[in-house]
Design a protein around this ligand. Structure first.
Ligand code: ADQ
Length: 473
């Protein structure tokens, strides 16, 4: 371990994630400021960070720019610099062009490029080194997500005194798919550097345990792995959650209620409002969902004068080819449906690319009668939980893909196979026509589930388990 790191080491709790939890704000006079970016992870970890001299290690979002550590809202932020070429190969390439599609059932074809892998390794090493330099003796380190799967082992090599946790926000794939990866063993070994590896659902943990046994010949007993060097690594599921009470209260507020009514009015006061909210991503099942809705109008099951579908789809990863393609396909599909079956003042689909503040999101959720969440594969899906949390009178209905992690917990949703367009059409109708009594019964159970398992519960479940593992400092 290089000694100079010792002098700067000040944090007893370190979060390591691809991005820092801040966005850059540039003022008219050219000065630069940082604003905490909204997000569940930041909200959940802020109190722990403040209690414990926390630091957050991550990229600041500007390629080819070197930044010194700084403080924001009482949290020490430790920037990791990336060159434009590294953003292309490590982030857009290996993270979003290889791992993302591979871990989501190869819905899109993963690219296996050696130069992407080289950049991934190099950038992971840099994250590990930055972390090693800020973590004090015996500190707890929590590494986040698929962009950083090599960090646990790299960090352990530098700092065997640390307690290291890792959490994967996306699915961990079936063994047959994972084994396509030319660097499969390196990824497994990278993760095994942690004391605790967390997954969204138990199926992910099981896939991981199976691979570790089959490929690395490590012994496992239930959720424990004995590594070759005699360490114990735990693999468990921790379904991520939301700040349910905050969102419920926001949705109950007078301005949000008024805005929800206004949204419905502006849409022409439809009898039934369907809503979809997603990042514009091929895993989210947007095309089949809108196709199902369009067909229901075309075949006369739904009346275009009485229903409306609002689809919010925020563009993301636009430098990756598959995302550009999807955006074009969506433009075509929505244009065709609206052009074919719309009437003046009645486009069946209102399609929006905007990114909204929390209160507008709450108003949309509150306004919707049927929330449509139909990903082809999703680690968890927070939108489904957010809709449930926003219910005020246990009205509304959630149509949810079986292939979202959230379907494990939200059993009372109208569950669908998103590959089955006819099945989806039937479910949309069932969700819409079910009796208020049935809807209330289902929603009540789900609302309790979401309220009782909130984001604080998630973070403390993980950190409590992590605290019981690893080296005794
Ligand atoms: P995502 O794939 O981004 O997350 P999701 O869990 O639905 O998917 O989270 C999206 C978040 O962004 C939600 O909080 C939602 O409210 C917000 N959002 C979406 N569109 C928005 C818009 N137009 N304006 C404002 N906010 C918007 C990944 C995994 C998921 C996993 C999460 C957390 O893919 O499976 O649930 O991480 O672990």
């Amino acid at each position: 371990t290089p000694e100079p790191a010792e002098s700067k080491a000040t944090a007893s709790f370190v979060v390591v994630a691809n991005r820092l939890p801040v966005d850059r704000v540039e003022h008219a006079d050219g000065s630069v400021d940082w604003r905490t970016s909204p997000g569940g992870l930041v909200t959940a970890l802020e109190p722990v960070m403040r209690r414990q001299d926390g630091a957050w290690v991550g990229w600041h979002g500007a390629p080819d720019e070197a930044l010194e550590p700084f403080e924001n809202d009482g949290i020490q932020l430790v920037p990791v610099d990336l060159t434009a070429a590294e953003v292309e190969d490590y982030y857009e390439g290996f993270s979003n062009g290889t791992l993302w599609p591979l871990y989501h059932d190869v819905i899109a074809t993963p690219g296996f490029h050696r130069e992407w892998w080289d950049a991934y390794r190099k950038v992971n090493q840099r994250f590990a080194e930055r972390t090693a330099a800020v973590a004090e003796q015996g500190a707890v380190v929590w590494v986040q997500d698929y962009q950083l799967q090599l960090v646990p082992a790299m960090l352990r090599a530098l700092r065997p005194d640390l307690r290291i946790g890792f959490f994967l926000h996306i699915p961990f794939p079936p063994t047959e798919l994972f084994q396509q990866l030319p660097w499969r063993d390196q990824i497994l070994e990278g993760l095994l550097g942690a004391d605790l590896v967390g997954f969204q659902v138990s199926g992910g943990a099981q896939n991981f345990l199976r691979l570790v046994r089959a490929r690395l010949r490590q012994e496992t007993h239930r959720d424990e792995i004995r590594t070759a060097e005699g360490r114990t690594v735990l693999a468990r599921s921790y379904p991520i959650a939301i700040d349910a009470s905050e969102l419920h209260e926001l949705s109950a507020s007078e301005p949000v209620a008024a805005r929800a009514a206004e949204i419905r009015h502006d849409l022409g006061d439809p009898d039934v409002l369907f809503l979809g909210v997603d990042r514009l991503d091929y895993t989210k099942g947007l095309l089949a969902r809108l196709q199902a809705f369009g067909e229901l109008i075309e075949d006369g099951t739904l009346d275009v004068d009485k229903v409306a579908f609002v689809q919010v789809a925020t563009p993301s990863r636009e430098r990756v080819e598959e995302y550009r393609q999807l955006r074009d396909e969506m433009d075509r599909l929505v244009g065709r449906i609206n052009g074919d079956i719309g009437r003046i003042g009645r486009p069946p689909i209102t399609y929006l690319h905007a990114s909204y503040p929390r209160d507008e999101m709450a108003a949309l959720y509150r306004a919707a009668d049927v929330m449509v969440v139909t990903p082809l594969r999703d680690g968890m899906n927070l939108v489904a939980k957010e809709y449930v949390a926003c219910r005020q009178a246990d009205d509304g209905a959630l149509v949810l893909s079986e292939f979202a992690g959230a379907a494990r917990e939200l059993r009372q949703a109208y569950l669908v196979n998103p590959y089955d367009v006819n099945g989806m059409k039937d479910k949309l109708i069932e969700a819409m026509q079910d009796s208020p009594r049935n809807k209330a019964r289902r929603m009540k159970v789900m609302r309790r589930q979401v309220a009782e398992h909130d984001i604080d519960h998630w973070a403390s479940a993980f950190l409590d388990d992590l605290g019981k593992t690893g080296p005794k400092a």
